[in-house]
Design a protein around this ligand. Sequence first.
Ligand SMILES: NC(=O)c1ccc[n+]([C@@H]2O[C@H](COP(=O)([O-])OP(=O)(O)OC[C@H]3O[C@@H](n4cnc5c(N)ncnc54)[C@H](O)[C@@H]3O)[C@@H](O)[C@H]2O)c1
Length: 356
Amino acid sequence: MEKVRFGYVGCGFMAQAVHIPNFASIPDCEFVALAEVRSDIRERVADRYHIPKRYAHHLEMAQDPDIDAVGISAGYAAQGEMAIDFLKAGKHVFVEKPMATTVEAAKRILEAERAGGARLMVAYMKRYDSGNIIARDTIREFRKSGELGRITYIRTHGFCGDWLGGIDTPVEKSSEPKAPSPVVVPEWLPEKWYRPYLEFLQQYTHNINLVRWLVDAGDDAKVRVADLDDNGVWGTTIMEVAGVRTVMESGLVSHHSWDEHTQVYFEHGWVLTSSPSLLLKNVTASVEVYRNKPTPATVHPAPSPAWTWSYKNEAVHFIEKIKSGEPFDSTAEDTFTDVRLYEEIYKDFLTRRGEL
Ligand SMILES: NC(=O)c1ccc[n+]([C@@H]2O[C@H](COP(=O)([O-])OP(=O)(O)OC[C@H]3O[C@@H](n4cnc5c(N)ncnc54)[C@H](O)[C@@H]3O)[C@@H](O)[C@H]2O)c1
């Protein structure tokens, strides 16, 4: 395969501000088609990026034999259902997080992937942040050498703030209504919790996904206690990830930048990674490594090249791995664990409140 023939579904904010320009700038990606139900922005965005084929619905694009792979960003539940249609048509899929909002939907996506022969990558951009890659590799080295002892505690904190980071990529506005996106939640969830459940998972899926990856936990993760406020989003969730107590702090602070960090403690030191404002281009997570042995020292390792953007890196990764056939770093199968954990967290939270 010389170039990957690529199509994108949706001209929403993430599509226009981030993914479409990123994929359009990759030399090995031939941007063949754009699907969007809103005709005005479909045409303007396709013109802007010189995308030749235009479709009014993703199902039309799924039938196009000239397309090898697609990107999708839409409503939380809609995008996973579209992914199934493309996987069944044999197209590789790059889909925004969350892949699914219920375990039942996640299982159907995995089945479609297994049946169709194409592969799905979930766009967890934090795994493609060069700062986070340094943090993950450093943790791996310390675990292998044992020089800082065992991992004793993990804390992941996300109080959010301004995620836009001053992004100024042009975004076309539409006078037409967006295609409706269904609300899909677990069948056991009481209706008053639909909105908080989705709000919680859409944000903290990033933290859960990053923590598991930082310590190579795979599916070795479970919930101990979910202590959330009445709003169902803010609070403290205690999990066990790779056998280690992992505390997730969810909340909100008025902040001009972005208040999020994850810290992995060893007996004799730590690795701390702090996130930039999410859409801030070409700024990576900053990493601090503290060790008390053999002499106390703190270092701040920086990636090389220094200035890269996690969202661009994930798009490049998708295209490269399709070409090479190697696995993605954020597969559908791996993400299944995140979806299982959202349901476990909310079940624990509502059971403690006596509402389940
Ligand atoms: N990774 C991150 O940091 C991050 C940040 C924000 C949002 N997100 C995710 O991005 C997603 C939202 O992406 P967005 O802003 O691009 O979406 P959006 O909802 O603004 O737009 C989706 C577009 O898809 C179109 N569409 C829907 N169904 C279609 C169909 N069947 N065929 C053709 N077009 C169709 C709609 O008309 C709409 O224009 C969410 O899932 C969210 O979780 C991720």
